[in-house]
Design a protein around this ligand. Structure first.
Ligand code: SF4
Length: 126
């Protein structure tokens, strides 16, 4: 699928990978998980890394479990091409994109710019 014109806003991400959703209404469905850095909460049970890191772990192929480091901040161009590549490799295999964190809304400007593009590739769950 062609990727439309890109935003200039870059995002601080922790990881991007393809996996089966393990909880909630979409349990059992494959999603592309985009984990944003930063969180303004401090849940006592938190075991999620949220600090900004030099590079985001991006899976080399959907579900491979193998990752490459991509320097932060990540551009929409890089993310959209990854999603487009994966949906091409697994046609119909991904239900949606899961935007997760951290607290993705801490990068609200990034979401404003990215989501209109990404939702042309797959439905978005935030
Ligand atoms: S990342 Fe999730 S669990 Fe951790 S502090 Fe933020 S909201 Fe709470």
């Amino acid at each position: 699928m062609p990727v439309p014109a890109m935003s200039q806003t870059n995002g601080q991400l922790i990881e991007v990978f393809s996996s089966i959703q393990g909880e909630g209404l979409l349990i059992g469905l494959r999603q592309i998980f985009v984990r944003f850095a930063l969180c303004n909460l401090a849940c006592r049970y938190c075991d999620t890394p949220v600090d900004i890191v030099d590079s985001c772990r991006v899976e080399t192929a959907p579900g491979s479990g193998s990752f490459l480091g991509v320097p932060n901040p990540i551009s929409l161009d890089v993310l959209a091409h990854t999603v487009s590549d994966w949906t091409g490799r697994l046609p119909g295999g991904h239900h949606s994109i899961s935007i997760t964190g951290g607290e993705p809304l801490m990068q609200d400007r990034v979401l404003q710019d990215w989501l209109p593009v990404l939702r042309n590739l797959l439905p978005i769950h935030l």
